[in-house]
Design a protein around this ligand. Sequence first.
Ligand SMILES: [Zn+2]
Length: 247
Amino acid sequence: MSLTVLGAGTPYPRPDNACSGYLLRTEENAVWVDAGPGSLANLQRHVSPDQLTAIWISHLHADHFADLASAYYALAFSELRPQRRIPVYGPVGWGGRLEAFLTNSQVAAMSAVFDEHELHDGHQIDLGDLSLTSRAVHHGGIPAFGLRAEHNGRVLAYSGDTGPCAALDELATGADVLLCEADSDDPTEVHCTPEDAGGAARRGGAKRLLITHVGPAMTPEAAAERAAKVFGGRTAAVSDNDLYELR
Ligand SMILES: [Zn+2]
């Protein structure tokens, strides 16, 4: 299984620093995890959007979701029209939110390119050689999910956006990689600090910690340094188009 970073930035995309997006690949799958603005452009460096086997959205904040509208345009109105509908998994109401962005005639075409699914806590997706488990996390009271991806005994855990919570610790348990947000400089229930990310990795016994979604009050490098002090293990801040192999 490999993880390609399509965007690690927030709250808005900058040149070479798109918002939240990741690509998970196995022999049989290419799954786009979070569709932050700018991540669709980076995705195309690695896979054609019509070749995606699934799209998974953690929550409906624009910095994780807005490029789904761009993906709809790519799939519905270009040469990329997919052979089969692409399954999209997201929080309750994601389809309606996207529809609200589109005109009436476009809404009618949405079901031709996207196969709509809604997530719940403990939701399981079986994609052949890849299984995805979604866990409800704490992010300011809106429906939000973290992800645990398993392939051939390897585990990638992704926080989505969350404050420190039991579900985040459970996602991190025994993970080969914990990809964790560290948006906040100071403790809050809405986002993790670098220390919160390091603590989740330590308690879960994760083998490696990757820091992402670092807020404007810190540099990613400083956030990774702070997280590493608490985690005590291998830690790095990710950048767009970084590739990590989980073997
Ligand atoms: Zn958010």
